[in-house]
Design a protein around this ligand. Structure first.
Ligand SMILES: Cc1ncc(C[n+]2csc(CCOP(=O)(O)OP(=O)(O)O)c2C)c(N)n1
Ligand SMILES: [Mg+2]
Length: 541
C-alpha cells in the first residue's frame, strides 16, 4: 500500500503496464493526471495541439509498434475532439488508453452548467471503445487500468476509455499497485485446428488471405511457415500489407483496387485460409465476396469468424499460436510447390498498374528506392496514399500504415508522429494531400517540440481531388465544395521551423533521400494535379 493521489496512481499503473508516452492537452480537469506523471520519469508527456492529434498519434504509435500509449483529455470538448482518433483506432484494431477528466462525483450529468459538462460522456466514448468505465475511488485505479489493458492484450485490440472525476484524480488514498501480469491470448480449439489442418492439407489449390490481425499478433513468421508448407500464395488486405515480405515468392500483394487479375486466383482456388481479417468491403474492395466456397477462418474476435462469409472451419484464437499449431501439423519445412504462377501474376499486375497509375507508380517506386526497408510510411486519403498499399513494396511488418475503413482525412501527420515516437530509430514518412494536411498540420509544432526526424510529403492539387474526380465520374462534372484555396505550404512549414522544399514529382526520390540524410523535420510540397482515368483512385468504380 502506498499513499498517493489518484493522479499518481494512474501514472504508477500506466508505468506498470509498460506505457512510455502520454499524448494530451492539460486543463483544469485533467491537471492532477498530468501532475501524477511528474513522479514517473519513465513516462514522457507529449503535448499536442489538438486532442484529435493525441488520439491519432496514439493510433499510429500502436500500429507502428504494437505498444500502448495513453491520452489524457479534459472532459467535454477534449473528449469529443479525441473521439475521431479513437474511432479510427477502433476500426483498425489499435489499442490505446484514453483517460478522461470529469467533474467531481456529485456534479455529474445534471445539466447543471458545470464546466466541460457533456451529458452521457460514457455513452459517447463507449461507441469507439472496446472497454470503458468511470472510476469512483482512487483505490480502484490500478484494477481498472489492468482490466482495460487485459481487454486489449487478450482480445481484439481496441481503445479503452477510463473516466476519472476530479475528486478521484486529486483525492489521496492508500493504494495497492498490482504486480505485472503475463497476458495470454486464446490458442484456439485444438479439434478445430486439426480439422483446419486436414482441410488445408487436402486442398489442391489453397491460398491465404492475411489481414491486420497477423501483424498485431506478430505472426508473420508463422504465416510464412504455413504458406510454404502448403505452397499457398498469400494475398493481403490493406491492413495486412506487411504480413509477408514482397520479396517472398508466395507474396501476391494486396487485392485492393478492383484488379480483375485476382479473379484468376479466386476462380481457380478451392479453399482460402483467412487470418486476422474481417474481409470487409473497404480494405479488399469486396474481394471476400468472391472467395471460394470453402473457407477456413482464424480470428481473435469471435464476432468476425463467419460474419461475412460462412466458414467450413472457424477458429477463434491468436493468429500466432493458431498458425504455429497449423504449421506443425502441416509438417512445415517439407514445403509443397506453389500451384499458382506467382511470378507471372506479379509481372502482369505491375504492368496493369503501370498502365492505370502512370506517374503515381513511378513516384512510389522512387520513394521506395530512396529509403531503407524499415521505413514506416503513413498514408492519408490522397491519390498517392490510396495507391501505396498496391504499389509500395513492403518488406517488414508494420511498415505501411494506411487509414482503414474509418477513413479519417488528416490521419497521416499525427499518426506518423506517433509512429516516430514509438520507433525513434526508423525513418518515418507521412503522405498527405493539401486537403488532409490542413486538418492536422498544427501537429508540426508537436513534431518540432519533440525534435523528431520526420518527412511530411504534401501532394498539392488545390482541391479535395479524389472527391472532385468522384464528381466528374458520378455527377457529370458538377463540382461542388471540392476546390481549395491553400496557404503557401513552404512558408507554412518554415513558420513551424521545418526544413522545406517544393519539388516536381520526378524529383521525389532525390528530395526524400536528401531529407532523410539531412535529418530533422521536413515539409516537402509536390504540386501534382494529375488528370484522366489513368490516375483514378483505386476505390472508384
Ligand atoms: C474527416 C473526413 N472528412 C471528409 C472526408 C471526405 N474526403 C475523402 S478524400 C477527400 C479529399 C482529400 O483531399 P486531399 O487531401 O487534398 O487529397 P486529394 O484527393 O486531393 O489527393 C475528402 C474531403 C474524409 N474522408 N474524412
Ligand atoms: Mg488535394
Amino acid at each position: 500500500m502506498q499513499r498517493m493521489t489518484g493522479g499518481q496512481a494512474v501514472a504508477s499503473a500506466l508505468k506498470a503496464e509498460g506505457v512510455e508516452h502520454v499524448f494530451g492537452i492539460v486543463g483544469t480537469h485533467d491537471n492532477p493526471l498530468f501532475d501524477g506523471v511528474l513522479d514517473e520519469p519513465t513516462i514522457q508527456v507529449v503535448t499536442v495541439r489538438h486532442e484529435q492529434g493525441a488520439s491519432l498519434m496514439a493510433a499510429g504509435y500502436a500500429r507502428a509498434s504494437g505498444k500502448i500509449a495513453a491520452c489524457f483529455v479534459v472532459p467535454g470538448p477534449g473528449l469529443t475532439n479525441a473521439l475521431t482518433g479513437m474511432g479510427m483506432a477502433y476500426s483498425e484494431s489499435a489499442p490505446m488508453l484514453v483517460l478522461g477528466g470529469q467533474n467531481a462525483i456529485g456534479q455529474l450529468e445534471r445539466e447543471g452548467g458545470h464546466f466541460h459538462e457533456l451529458v452521457n460522456s460514457m455513452g459517447v466514448a463507449a461507441s469507439v471503445c472496446g472497454y470503458s468505465t468511470r472510476v469512483s475511488t482512487p483505490g480502484d485505479i490500478p484494477k481498472v487500468i489492468r482490466e482495460a489493458v487485459r481487454a486489449m492484450r487478450c482480445k481484439r485490440p481496441r481503445p479503452a476509455y477510463i473516466e476519472v472525476p476530479l475528486d478521484v484524480q486529486s483525492g489521496q488514498a492508500d493504494i495497492a499497485l498490482l504486480p505485472p501480469e503475463q497476458y495470454g491470448r486464446p490458442g484456439g480449439d485444438p479439434a478445430s485446428i486439426a480439422r483446419a489442418a486436414q482441410a488445408l492439407e487436402f486442398a489442391k489449390r489453397p491460398f491465404i488471405f492475411a489481414g491486420g490481425g497477423v501483424e498485431s499478433a506478430e505472426a508473420t513468421q508463422e504465416l510464412v511457415r504455413v504458406a510454404e508448407a502448403l505452397g499457398a500464395p498469400v494475398v493481403t488486405s490493406v491492413f495486412g500489407r506487411g504480413a509477408i515480405s514482397d520479396r517472398h515468392a508466395l507474396a501476391l500483394g494486396d487485392g485492393w483496387g478492383r484488379l480483375n487479375l485476382y479473379d484468376e486466383l479466386l476462380t481457380q482456388a478451392d479453399l482460402v485460409l483467412v487470418v486476422g481479417s474481417r474481409i470487409d468491403v473497404v480494405s479488399d474492395c469486396n474481394l471476400g465476396a468472391r472467395f471460394p466456397q470453402r473457407i477456413v477462418q482464424v480470428d481473435i474476435d469471435p464476432l468476425v469468424v463467419g460474419q461475412r462469409r460462412a466458414v467450413e472451419v472457424g477458429i477463434v484464437g491468436d493468429a500466432r499460436s493458431v498458425l504455429d499449431a497449423l504449421a506443425a501439423q502441416l509438417g512445415a519445412g517439407k514445403g509443397r510447390a506453389c500451384w499458382f504462377d506467382t511470378a507471372d501474376f506479379r509481372r502482369r499486375k505491375r504492368a496493369q498498374l503501370a498502365e492505370r497509375t502512370g506517374p503515381v507508380l513511378t513516384m512510389i517506386e522512387d520513394l521506395r528506392a530512396a529509403l531503407p526497408d524499415d521505413t514506416i510510411f503513413v498514408d492519408d486519403l490522397t491519390l498517392v496514399g490510396y495507391w501505396m498499399p498496391l504499389l509500395l513494396d513492403t518488406y517488414l511488418p508494420r511498415t505501411l500504415i494506411h487509414p482503414g475503413t474509418y477513413g479519417t482525412l488528416g490521419y497521416s501527420l499525427p499518426a506518423a508522429i506517433g509512429a516516430k515516437l514509438a520507433c525513434p530509430k526508423r525513418p518515418v514518412v507521412s503522405i498527405s494531400g493539401d486537403g488532409g494536411f490542413l486538418f492536422t498540420m498544427q501537429e508540426l509544432a508537436t513534431a518540432r517540440a519533440q525534435k523528431l526526424d520526420l518527412i511530411a510529403l504534401v501532394f498539392n492539387d488545390n482541391a479535395f481531388g479524389a472527391i472532385r474526380k468522384y464528381q466528374d465520374r458520378m455527377f457529370g462534372g458538377r463540382h461542388i465544395g471540392a476546390e481549395l484555396v491553400n496557404p503557401d505550404f513552404v512558408k507554412l512549414g518554415e513558420a513551424f521551423g521545418a526544413k522545406t522544399a517544393r519539388i516536381e514529382p520526378q524529383d521525389l526520390g532525390a528530395a526524400v533521400r536528401r531529407a532523410h540524410e539531412a535529418g530533422g523535420l521536413w515539409v516537402i510540397e509536390i504540386p501534382f494535379a494529375p488528370d484522366g482515368p489513368a490516375t483514378m483512385v483505386p476505390w472508384m468504380p
